[in-house]
Structures are given as C-alpha cells and as structure tokens.
Ligand binder design. Structure first.
Ligand SMILES: *[C@@H]1O[C@H](CO)[C@@H](O)[C@H](O)[C@H]1NC(C)=O
Ligand SMILES: *[C@@H]1O[C@H](CO)[C@@H](O)[C@H](O)[C@H]1NC(C)=O
Ligand SMILES: *[C@@H]1O[C@H](CO)[C@@H](O)[C@H](O)[C@H]1NC(C)=O
Ligand SMILES: *[C@@H]1O[C@H](CO)[C@@H](O)[C@H](O)[C@H]1NC(C)=O
Ligand SMILES: *[C@@H]1O[C@H](CO)[C@@H](O)[C@H](O)[C@H]1NC(C)=O
Ligand SMILES: *[C@@H]1O[C@H](CO)[C@@H](O)[C@H](O)[C@H]1NC(C)=O
Ligand SMILES: *[C@@H]1O[C@H](CO)[C@@H](O)[C@H](O)[C@H]1NC(C)=O
Ligand SMILES: *[C@@H]1O[C@H](CO)[C@@H](O)[C@H](O)[C@H]1NC(C)=O
Ligand SMILES: *[C@@H]1O[C@H](CO)[C@@H](O)[C@H](O)[C@H]1NC(C)=O
Ligand SMILES: *[C@@H]1O[C@H](CO)[C@@H](O)[C@H](O)[C@H]1NC(C)=O
Ligand SMILES: *[C@@H]1O[C@H](CO)[C@@H](O)[C@H](O)[C@H]1NC(C)=O
Length: 450
C-alpha cells in the first residue's frame, strides 16, 4: 500500500518535471541533411530552458533546425535561457502559432539563424526592430500572415537577407526597396497581396526574382533612367493590367522570364520588349490581345518559349524572322485560320513544338499544316478537342462540299420558285390592269356616242 503511494508520488513528480523541463525529440532527415528538433506544446517561462534529446551521433555537417509545434505564442519575446541550448541552430520554424508581435531581442539567444519560418501567423506589421539581432539571416518566410505595413528600415540590419517571402498577406502599397533596407535581397515573393501598382524603379539592383502573382496590379511603372538591374524573372500573372507603356520594361536587360498571363491586355506597344534582349520565356496567355505588332520581337533573339494562347489573335503575321531560337510556340484558343508554316520553319530553325488547338482552321488546311510542320521536325501537340471535328485532337471545321449535280438542282429549284412567284403575284395584277384599261376605253366610246 505504502509502496503504491510512493510510486504514485514519484510518477506525479516525474510528470511535473517533464512538463516544465521539456526534452524535445529529434528527427534525422538524411536526404536534406537536417536534424530537426520538434518541440510540441511548449509552455514558455523565463529561465526554463528548452532541452532536446542529444542525437545518437554528432551529425556535424547537418543543418540543425528547431520547430515549435502546436504552441500558441501571441508575442515572441526574449526569455532568458529558454533557447540557450539552441545557440548554434541555423533554422527556426514558428508557424501556425497565432503570433502577432515580436519583441526586440526575441532572437537574442539564437543569433545564428539563417532560415526563419514565421508562416501562418497573425503578424500585421513588420516593425523596424523585429529582426535586428539576426545578422546572418538569409531566408525569411512571412507568408500567410496579415501584414499590411512594413516599417522603414525593417530589414536594414539583416544585411545578408537574400530571400523574402511575403506572399498571402494584405499589403496594398509598396515603397522603395532601399527604404525598407532591402539591399541584398535576390528573391522576393509578393504574390496574393492587395497591390494595385508596382514601380520597377523601386527595386534594388540586386533583385533577381520578383513574383507578383494574384494581386490587383493595374499600373506598372518602368525603371526610367535608373541603373540597370539583375532582375531575371518577373511574374505578373493574374493581375488587372490593361495597358502597358512602351518603356515600362526598359533597363531590365537581364530579364529572361516574363509572365504576363491572365491580365486584361488587348494591345501591346510595338516597343514593349525592345530592351529585353535576353528574354527566353514570354507568357502572354489569357489576355485579349488582337494583334501582335510587327517588329515586337525584333530584340528577342534568345526567345525560346512563346505562349500567346487564349487571346483574340486572328492572324500570326508577326516576324518569324526574329525567332531564331524559338523552341516552343503556343497559339491555342485564338481565332487564327491561316499560318505561314513555310515562313516560320525557314526562320525559326530551332522550333520543336507547336500547340494550335482551338483555332479557326479548315480541316483539309490543318492536315496540310500539321504535315508541313512534321516534315520539318516540328511536333504539333495533340489537342483536347476530341469531341468535336478534329485532327489529332485539334479542332477544325469542314467546308460544306457542294457537288456540281447538287449545284444545278439548286439552280433549277430557285428558278422554279421565281417563276411561281411571278405567276402568282404579277399575272393577276396584269389581268386586272388590262381589264381596267378596257373598261375605261368602253366608257369613252359610250360618252362619244352620247
Ligand atoms: C514548420 O512547422 C510546421 C508545424 O508547425 C510544419 O507544418 C511545416 O512543414 C514546417 N515548415 C518547414 C518549412 O519546415
Ligand atoms: C495541441 O495542443 C492542445 C492544447 O494546447 C491539445 O489539446 C492538443 O491535443 C494538442 N495537439 C497535438 C496534436 O498535440
Ligand atoms: C540571463 O540569465 C543569466 C544567468 O542565467 C544572467 O546572467 C543574465 O543577466 C540574464 N540576462 C538577462 C537579459 O536577463
Ligand atoms: C556552439 O558552437 C561552439 C563552437 O562551434 C561551441 O563552443 C558551443 O558550445 C556551441 N554551443 C552550443 C549551445 O551547442
Ligand atoms: C488569427 O487571425 C485569424 C483571422 O483574423 C483568427 O481567426 C484567429 O483566431 C487568430 N489566431 C489567434 C491565435 O489569435
Ligand atoms: C512563398 O510562400 C508560398 C506559400 O507558403 C509558397 O507557395 C511559395 O513557393 C514561396 N515562395 C518562394 C519564393 O519560396
Ligand atoms: C540598392 O542598394 C544600395 C545599397 O546597397 C543603395 O545604395 C541603392 O540606393 C539601392 N538602389 C535602389 C534602386 O533602391
Ligand atoms: C532619361 O534621360 C533622357 C536623356 O538622357 C531624358 O531626355 C529623359 O527625359 C529621361 N527620362 C526620365 C524618365 O527621366
Ligand atoms: C526563372 O526563369 C527561368 C527561365 O524562364 C526558369 O527556368 C526558372 O525556373 C525561373 N525561376 C523562378 C524562381 O521562377
Ligand atoms: C502560361 O501561363 C499560363 C497561365 O498562367 C499557364 O497555364 C501556361 O502553362 C503558361 N505557359 C507556359 C509555356 O509555361
Ligand atoms: C524569314 O526570313 C527571311 C530572311 O531570313 C525573311 O525574308 C522572311 O520574311 C522571313 N519570314 C517570315 C515569315 O518572317
């Protein structure tokens, strides 16, 4: 009986001490060469150090990551000793934690963090002090928060920051990168915010990848006369761009990848791409473009992939003469009925794939087009229109064929109908008129007799 009682007390004590002194388990990820310490249901308290189970061996060259799981932390603050065991960790993940605010020096004990995930939290503002102690931070993920504001100089102490993810927040305005202290950032993701304009003159020279998918951007301002930039990928798809100035992509001479798909463009200035002489990938799909101005690709010597599908093009009379390196061409879902295959294959000598389903081709003509392409080693991709009249799934229409016999019988029918109409309408009228004249004359004769 006494023994049992003692056992119970011992068990309770162990439980309590375990509750306070957390020993977090580890996981080894061989492929990504990571040791992940996963601390669940943490109760943060001053001077209560967080501990972890020492891995079986040293894992010297492995990245050490701390992940706080299923823990609500409205305010992240410096709790002396809590993180001292993690002083050499380079990855911290505090996601889904309801985090709203970060106090200055919150990361004081973990100043070696290079990658910080703060996704799926409730942060509404990035204050200037938040990341001040993280001088070696390279990758910051703030996606899926409620951010509407970023303070001036918020990142000015984070001098090595190269990747900043702000996607799925509520930013409406974006100032210049240098005002936020974003000097060395190379990759910036601003997708799914509420931005209505973007000034390419505001981005710092170091930026290489800018992603602005799913905002409400209707205005794109160019870099004007500012210095050239390193920008190589610009994604502006799924916005509201209806018009672009001819000079808006000037001074982006390193741009290789431009995605303007799913906007409201109905025309393009002739000189829009004139300074993009390194462009390799251009996506204009899902707009309302009626015409590609001739000469628009004159500078696009390296263009490899052009997607103009889902527009209102009725003709493809752009200069194949400038498509020396084109590899893949997509003109699906337009109103095109004619295509100068000879001119294209003669000039676009690297062309390998063409997609052309959903246009206005006559079936016989389409057969010829496909044959001509394949004779020149260009594969016409199979279309999806298998339920309609098609060639290889590419929709087309069949001319109504009228035989000469059929033609003459139509002529006979038309003539017959014409004669019948004349007989029915005109003859009674003539008869009536004749009768009237006759009656008039008879009346005249009668008068004369009187
Ligand atoms: C961060 O932690 C959450 C659990 O809270 C996990 O679902 C997520 O995959 C982790 N993210 C990364 C990049 O490790
Ligand atoms: C998460 O925490 C809550 C309360 O803090 C607890 O009820 C729940 O069981 C925990 N879930 C997991 C998966 O640990
Ligand atoms: C943190 O704790 C150590 C001793 O545990 C103490 O020397 C130090 O002053 C404390 N720092 C702060 C900022 O409270
Ligand atoms: C961190 O690394 C240094 C040297 O690499 C070592 O002296 C120190 O004990 C480590 N700290 C912890 C908490 O592991
Ligand atoms: C975070 O914000 C969302 C939406 O505003 C809210 O529903 C949720 O309760 C908040 N979470 C916490 C932990 O405060
Ligand atoms: C930013 O975060 C979103 C959502 O978590 C993710 O889909 C996207 O790939 C991230 N962007 C970058 C550049 O890592
Ligand atoms: C880019 O960053 C440098 C500092 O490294 C700064 O002097 C310059 O003004 C910034 N450029 C722009 C366009 O913000
Ligand atoms: C750019 O410079 C040229 C002269 O070099 C000048 O005429 C033009 O107005 C400038 N444009 C802008 C937007 O500053
Ligand atoms: C950047 O563009 C290149 C060329 O189109 C592409 O291969 C690459 O995947 C893109 N990178 C990103 C991060 O979007
Ligand atoms: C162009 O963009 C559309 C929509 O964003 C996408 O479905 C398509 O795959 C892209 N084309 C290429 C060649 O990547
Ligand atoms: C093909 O190139 C030649 C000269 O190399 C040019 O005369 C011709 O117009 C080009 N064809 C097309 C369709 O652009």
């Amino acid at each position: 009986m006494w023994m049992l009682f003692l056992w119970l007390i011992l068990l309770i004590c162990l439980n309590i001490s375990y509750g306070i002194q957390m020993i977090c388990p580890y996981e080894i990820h061989e492929q990504s060469k990571q040791v992940i310490i996963r601390c669940e249901n943490v109760k943060f308290a001053d001077n209560e150090p967080l501990k972890y189970q020492e891995p079986s061996r040293a894992f010297q060259d492995y990245q050490k990551a701390l992940e706080i799981v299923n823990t609500t932390i409205p305010v992240l603050k410096f709790t002396n000793n809590t993180f001292t065991a993690f002083a050499n960790f380079t990855v911290l993940n505090v996601s889904h934690a309801g985090l709203e605010r970060i106090e200055p020096d919150a990361f004081f004990d973990m100043r070696k963090i290079e990658i910080l995930y703060l996704t799926y939290n409730n942060i509404s503002s990035v204050d200037s002090s938040y990341f001040d102690s993280l001088e070696v931070l390279k990758n910051l993920d703030l996606s899926n928060n409620l951010i509407t504001n970023i303070d001036q100089n918020a990142f000015s102490k984070v001098k090595l920051l190269t990747t900043l993810n702000l996607s799925s927040n509520s930013l409406k305005l974006l100032g210049s990168f240098s005002s936020y202290g974003l000097y060395s950032v190379k990759v910036m993701d601003l997708s799914s915010n509420g931005l209505s304009s973007i000034d390419l003159g505001h981005i710092n020279e170091s930026l290489e990848v800018l992603t602005l998918i799913h905002n409400q951007i209707n205005t794109v301002l160019g870099r004007g006369n500012s210095t050239s930039s390193s920008l190589s990928n610009l994604s502006l798809n799924a916005n509201n761009i209806g018009h672009l100035q001819g000079d808006c992509f000037d001074n982006l001479d390193n741009l290789k990848h431009l995605d303007l798909s799913f906007n409201n463009l109905d025309s393009l200035p002739e000189d829009l791409f004139s300074s993009l002489n390194r462009i390799r990938y251009l996506n204009l799909s899902g707009n309302a473009i009626e015409e590609l101005p001739s000469g628009i690709f004159d500078s696009s010597f390296y263009l490899q992939s052009l997607d103009v599908s889902k527009n209102a093009l009725s003709d493809l009379k752009c200069d194949a003469g400038t498509w020396h390196n084109l590899y893949e061409l997509n003109i699906q879902h337009n109103l095109i009925s004619h295509i100068d295959v000879q001119g294209i294959v003669e000039n676009a000598t690297h062309l390998k794939y063409v997609a052309l389903d959903g246009n206005n081709f006559d079936c016989d003509y389409l057969l010829e087009v496909i044959k001509l392409f394949s004779d020149n080693d260009v594969t016409v991709r199979k279309g999806n229109s298998i339920d309609a009249v098609n060639v290889d799934g590419n929709i087309c229409y069949e001319k109504v064929k009228i035989s000469s016999n059929y033609k003459s019988s139509i002529l006979v029918t038309v003539l017959t109908i014409l004669v019948v109409v004349i007989v029915i309408l005109v003859v009674p009228w003539i008869v009536k008129y004749y009768k009237y004249i006759k009656a008039k004359r008879t009346r005249g004769e009668q008068l004369e007799l009187l």
